[in-house]
Design a protein around this ligand. Structure first.
Ligand code: FES
Ligand code: FES
Length: 153
């Protein structure tokens, strides 16, 4: 099988990898790099569990081929908490009951990060729009929305 050389930055660390042309970014993150905070649920771009940032944009890592990430800078949920300190967004989720099983949470946090970078004080409508690609089976979204509002307050 032919392989493709990749040079990219993941969570501010330079990474060199060889990948097969058919490899998805989500599988490389989870299986090759053990960055298992990025989740797989639907696998077809519907749920947002696999959300990561590529060059500041929110993307579904299950829909992104690994080769497309060449020369980019990727942030995963592991790059959000630093030095054993959780990110303020993660803290707000904790304080507002923004998760139950937690499976959707890494993707939600990535989506909220991108939202708050673009719209520091979002309306409830902005929050719902920004999170419309991220599904949660547990919370009913109330705690998630409150968590984002707490960040913006
Ligand atoms: Fe990627 Fe659902 S696993 S969007
Ligand atoms: Fe369980 Fe969202 S907390 S899917």
């Amino acid at each position: 099988v032919p392989v493709i050389d990749l040079n990219l930055t993941i969570n501010e660390n330079p990474v060199k990898l060889q990948v097969e042309p058919t490899a998805r970014l989500v599988d490389i993150l989870r299986d090759e790099l053990q960055l298992t905070g990025t989740k797989i649920s639907c696998g077809i771009g519907r749920c947002g569990a696999c959300s990561v940032m590529i060059d500041g944009q929110l993307v579904n890592a299950c829909l992104t081929m690994a080769y497309q990430a060449d020369q980019t800078s990727i942030t995963t949920i592991e790059g959000v908490s630093r030095d054993q300190e959780i990110d303020p967004i993660q803290k707000a989720f904790l304080e507002e009951g923004g998760f139950q099983c937690g499976y959707c949470t890494p993707g939600m946090v990535m989506a909220v990060k991108v939202l708050l970078e673009e719209v520091p004080v979002p309306t409830e409508e902005d929050i719902k729009m920004a999170l419309s690609g991220n599904l949660c089976r547990c919370t009913g979204y109330g705690g998630i929305i409150r968590a984002v509002q707490r960040m913006a307050a």
